[in-house]
Design a protein around this ligand. Structure first.
Ligand SMILES: [Zn+2]
Length: 258
């Protein structure tokens, strides 16, 4: 038993050995055998670990290791995914790797923030603001979001025809992000300069998003502009019995007549 424990948790070997010699005094001889075996085992483990490190260095070329290190830094990519991508790139034509590398360099060189709403853009204005300038979007409704990717999510619904304002984050004192780190001043300048009749606060329904929405609602209220917040509701296709209390409570609060 002792050997099994030692084998399973090499990191706690000392603790395991103490237990073997102390409480298990009835099997002292077994514990002694265990200590001998453990020494041999530890010797082997150490040899194994060194061997693994050497094998790893020997099998990965410098440039492949460099690519793996860079891929692992990407969000959502672990060591196994990095290895899969790296080997896929190696097994494909050179063109494939070049197209990917060029796309990354190009997007970094050509994409910047829209000067009006701070969405991503290649020209001065993003596609939404460009359409708004041509009268194809409603300039009187501004939807405030935390990140540019939130615009993509709302656009997918096809339900919003106004324009956007990207804050660049949400208020989070723990992370050291206060109102001054967000593009709130720019939002107030837009509200002062343009004829806006509604501001839709579409920050995330979490602590940071709710704090940001409450803070903005207080700032905008004196401007006599209608301020709305995205409703919280139940997922389509879901069951009431599995809904959490807060979501279900808000769904009841924001019920509408049909
Ligand atoms: Zn824009």
């Amino acid at each position: 038993m002792c050997m099994d424990v030692v084998g399973q948790c090499p990191g706690k070997t000392r603790w395991c050995l103490d237990r073997a010699v102390g409480p298990l005094s009835r099997c002292q001889s077994a514990a002694d055998r265990c200590l001998d075996s453990t020494d041999r085992h530890l010797g082997k483990t150490s040899w194994c670990l060194n061997a693994v490190a050497e094998v790893s260095e020997m099998t990965q070329t410098h440039s492949l290791q460099k690519l793996l290190d860079e891929l692992e830094r990407l969000p959502g990519i672990g060591p196994k995914s990095a290895q899969r991508i790296a080997y896929w790139l190696l097994n494909n034509e050179t063109d494939t790797a070049e197209r990917l590398a060029n796309a990354i360099v190009e997007v970094k060189a050509s994409v910047h923030f829209c000067e009006r709403c701070f969405n991503y853009a290649e020209d001065k204005l993003c596609p939404v603001c460009a359409k708004a300038a041509q009268g194809q979007r409603d300039n009187e409704i501004i939807c405030v979001v935390s990140e540019p990717r939130d615009i993509t999510a709302i656009e997918r619904t096809g339900e919003f025809s106004g324009v956007y304002h990207v804050l660049g984050g949400a208020i989070s004192p723990i992370d050291g992000i206060g109102p001054e780190q967000l593009r709130i001043r720019e939002l107030l300048q837009r509200l002062a300069a343009a004829d806006v009749c509604e501001v839709l606060l579409a920050t995330n329904p979490n602590v940071e998003g709710e704090t940001t929405a409450t803070y903005l609602a207080r700032l905008i209220k004196p401007l006599n502009i209608k301020t709305t917040r995205l409703a919280s509701g139940l997922p389509v296709g879901g069951d009431l019995e599995f809904a959490d209390e807060i979501t279900l409570g808000r769904a009841i609060e924001a019920r509408r007549e049909i």
